[in-house]
Design a protein around this ligand. Sequence first.
Ligand code: ADP
Ligand code: MG
Ligand code: MG
Length: 903
Amino acid sequence: MTQYIFEFGPEKTDGDASQKNLLGGKGANLAEMARLGLPVPPGFTISTECCNHYFDLNGHFPDTLEAEIMVAMANIETQTGMTFGDPDNPLLVSCRSGARSSMPGMMETILNVGLCSATIDGLIKKTGNEWFVYDAYRRLIMMYSDVVMEKAEQITPTDGMGIRLNLEMIMNNLKNDKGYNNDTDITTEDMKGLCHRFKKIIHEYLGRAFPDDPKEQLMGAIGAVFKSWNGKRAVSYRRIEHIPDSWGTAVNVQAMVFGNMGETSATGVAFTRDPATGDNKFYGEWLINAQGEDVVAGIRTPNPLNNDTKNKQNQHLSSLEDAMPELYAQLYDIRNMLESHYKDMQDIEFTIQEGRLYMLQCRVGKRTATAALNMAMDMLDEGTIDEKTMVCRIDPKILDDLLHPIVDPEAEKTASRLAEGLPAGPGGAWGQIVFTAEDAVRWAKSGKKVILVREETNPEDIEGMRAAAAILTARGGMTSHAALVARGWGKCCIVGAGALKIDVAAKALRIGTRIFKEGDYFTLNGTKGIVYDGQLKMKDASENPKFKKFMAIADTFRTMKVRTNADTPEDARTAVEFGAEGIGLFRTEHMFYGSDSDRPLFLLRKMILSKTQDERKDALDALFPFVKKEIQATLDVMDNMPVTMRLLDPPLHEFVPQAEETQKEIANALHIDLEEVEKRSEHLMESNPMIGHRGVRLGITYPEITHMQVKAIFEACAELIHAGKHPLPEIMVPVTCSEKELEFTNKIVTQCHEAALAKYDMAKIEYMFGTMIEIPRAALIADKMAEYAQFFSFGTNDLTQMTFGFSRDDIGSFMNDYIDNAILSSDPFETLDQSAVGSLITTAVERGRTVRPEIKLGICGEHGGDPASVVFCHKAGLSYVSCSPYRVPIARLAAAQAAIQHS
Ligand code: ADP
Ligand code: MG
Ligand code: MG
């Protein structure tokens, strides 16, 4: 029989932190904390495997489950001395979701399960606290009706609100009518009345009575938590984070402890170090007389945990350190213990019930990129972790944020400051303000940069938050939903900017006396928490010495080289600053676009529209000095470093002149009439230019084109060598599918080489000859290709395109459907498809090496900067990856981690 249930608690713990896949992160860490002897209320975890079976059985529990649950419940009862459903001494439990990796707020948790008419009086008698019992009851009613009775039943609210909002509205109206500021001001009588009204409304609204049987509540809650794995929010979060549907969620059933039993009770959230800066300071927020989610929900401004946590919003509120010094000291010890045990920053949840501390959760805490860097380096210095661990501590994807723009400090000095809030997500951003998640998505789709402004965010806003350039909320603390999510993504975010008075219906907000409307520009400094009017100038984050040191350590582990794709000397220079060790793809086509391109473009057009070889040679001769100059400038910057130069691969039809003026000019230059130009242009049109007359094919038809380029390369090199430089060109033939193409092209290269040696009176110009592997046929006959090619560079953009038969320019219309329907788990143009494209690569590597064991291997598609693809390249045995200049640090780190983890 499969074991579905794993207990944890002071007396017996089955699992441990290594079992995240089976127990979910929350369950595995609850077990680990119990093993460490921390005060964890007893409970049990129902495995993710059970969740998957539950779905296989179309939403029915496996036969044996209920009996197993009852046994485990009995064990909680013995440990707590309370009995589930007992009228005198009732046990209450929570049912908590928890997947393998944390999905903050995306799934459901239900507290206070087991409260019903039979147990209410007993609990009142036992606690002597009637208010508390009714507060707990109304929470149960609100959560349960929402999660179990509505969402899990897939009921779509006809009023667009849902039961939860309806109940909240009633509660808010009551508070307004009676002048209650906080939930805790509501009188016992009113709380009782609320519970009564809630149950009536639920019956009317959902057509079913709120269950009054504890066991029915429990089983209903467990099923609903499983179902929340397939809830709308959870699914869309998984798509964004590439989390597979097959993981499932665990359910943790745990004895309740109560932070809402009065002035000696409390609840809080803390981080063992500051998650925004990485400072080695205990950081957190807490609320007196409250239950778990009140802290994150932004219902009241939470109190600071200690002096270190005080900020402008909360400095007037008392800290736990001051209010309950002994409990704070105990919590502080636990903080130290958890850090030294896990050797990483932990995010923890705790509750204090009548002066006793309980631990309810711990997990590796989300952090900003800056904090990740600072913490990793500090922990290395402290001797907590070694260099390898340190290098693996930073997700390469977040390096972007360290290099991301910040608001130009100069511009900030004179900017008009609108409001201040808490610095929840790093960097700076400007955008047009919008007030709903849907608007954020819509505006972003139409190419606008938006700032999503909300009272506070909730998990339903997730896609809008994703689409926005930055997030701004009026309420909530550093542990609020918005802060948590933004930090996870490294997105610029400010929370708790209390000066914002938002009117969602009017799509406007007021700050003081000023009104701002949807579409107005704001700029946010997410590192400091300041909101500015208008659109301020941005600046690249300056080179940070800690970052440099971190990268230097990472580089010591790396075995693959990292090159860049650069077409201009400026790009090359930037990339070298980021640590590029060569160019993996240099294209000359760019000289026909943009500034200074008039003359070369004209000559290219003339060449394209030439009919006779003489005409073409004339045009090429005139083009030659431009090409040579371009090549020389880049080789100069990349002195001593290899530069892979791709021979021309221009989409000819794109260069055909359209304007009559240009057509006339060309006609004059070629001594033909306009009609002839039109005729020749038409002749060049292709139905499938992507697989048309391009790349090496052009050079086969017009060898003089290849000749001109290769001559330019060798002459540029010869002159640089004369000037004392050391160029290392690698001539790369694109779009090949046969070794004969290489043989043909290589002859021209050899001729040009010899001609250059003679012309400059030199003995040798170092160079390599190779090809891009971007057509499946070339990969499959790599052994033949290797007879001529000294190197292969995998052009994975085209290779992906041709392997899938997906046109890269047209996937926009269907890729989302492929992802949404889980046909593909990610866009193969972003992350290399390891199964098919990957196996073409490994096949080519293997076959190429049979003929040329020392063959040089690299990749030059966009994938070269994608961490998962970099790991693949390392495993495939490539010598280097090449990516755009800004991705060079990402590729360096990914390559270092690949070497550490896969050697
Ligand atoms: P999430 O994954 O959204 O954080 P949790 O399962 O952690 O959801 O629960 C939500 C809130 O309820 C948290 O603040 C948590 O500390 C609190 N909570 C969960 N179980 C208990 C319990 N047994 N006793 C008291 N509070 C609890
Ligand atoms: Mg939690
Ligand atoms: Mg290509």
